[in-house]
Design a protein around this ligand. Structure first.
Ligand code: NAG
Ligand code: NAG
Length: 271
């Protein structure tokens, strides 16, 4: 009897053409063969040794055309059967020919905790979905489909110190939803505690300092690889946490995008 396998993973971010990405399928049991599907087509397979419960596939020299959904399945011989599909991973590749979205923030001076802060991102004419990222977070914190308007308005309602950080936007143009624009300039929110007036500690609330930092494009491009690696690790943790409570989903089966590197040729390479 082959178990039904359900996996969950968020879209990855920050891969560029020419990068190498490794996809890893963890199985709940040993299998004869593991297959990797690209948008419904068999992309690669790997014969498994006995007791082997993990298969790695490297996609060497990622191209924009590789931006699509991937999932894995496995086959066992005794009794013969095939597992269900894993929940797909969306492999998002950055197309640097798209201009990064512009970003603006409503408050550029000290504001109090509890204020609504608005961040607007604009991708003139490309349509699709606009994402708001926060540095250190594995997945976009908000996203919006501006429906042709080209401007997404993200509201951080009643900000607290937890909202402080650096924000950037990207978008997936309507023409290709697994392709991402580069990340745009950043805006920064910073919370600084307000010293309580002498003799009245109850009034200590903390102020929100909002500053706009215009990043340089080169620095942001450089940062993408790092962002992705953090992303992959966080996804792993995120999913562990999420599936930990659900005993129906095998904890030890995972499908993960791993490493990023540079390459020279375009190949599927079983590893
Ligand atoms: C902030 O937004 C919320 C939800 O839209 C609204 O209820 C609240 O009145 C707003 N607060 C301020 C200070 O504008
Ligand atoms: C960002 O703003 C600049 C100048 O205002 C403009 O030339 C550019 O097209 C804008 N980019 C996007 C993606 O809207």
């Amino acid at each position: 009897m082959v178990l039904a396998l359900i996996l969950a993973l968020h879209p990855s971010q920050g891969l560029s053409p020419g990068d190498t990405v490794t996809l890893r399928c963890h199985l709940p049991q040993s299998a004869a063969q593991v297959e990797l599907y690209q948008d419904g087509l068999l992309g690669s397979y790997k014969d498994m040794d006995k007791h082997q419960v993990m298969a790695e596939f490297s996609l060497v020299c990622v191209k924009l055309e590789d931006a699509m959904k991937y999932w894995c399945q496995y086959r066992v011989l005794e009794p013969p059967g095939v597992s269900e599909k894993s929940v797909p991973i969306e492999l998002v590749v950055t197309d640097h020919r798209y201009s990064p979205p512009n970003i603006s923030i409503s408050h550029e001076k000290i504001v109090e905790v509890g204020t609504n802060v608005t961040i607007q991102c604009c991708n003139q004419g490309y349509g699709g979905i606009i994402f708001l990222h926060k540095d250190g977070h594995s997945v976009p914190v908000q996203h919006q489909d501006p429906r042709g308007g080209g401007t997404a308005t993200f509201i951080l309602v009643a900000v607290t110190s937890a909202d402080s950080g650096t924000y950037r936007c990207s978008y997936h143009p309507k023409a290709s939803l697994f392709v991402s624009s580069p990340l745009g300039d950043s805006v920064m929110l910073e919370v600084t505690p307000t010293p309580a007036p002498p003799g009245d500690e109850r009034r200590s609330r903390g102020n929100l300092v909002v500053a706009v930092v215009r990043g340089c494009t080169d620095a942001l491009t450089f940062g993408l690889g790092i962002f992705f690696v953090i992303d992959a690790q966080s996804l792993w943790i995120w999913r562990d946490v999420r599936t930990g409570a659900d005993t129906k989903i095998p904890k030890d089966m995972q499908f993960q995008i791993l490493a990023v590197g540079k390459c020279k040729s375009v190949l599927w390479r079983p590893t």
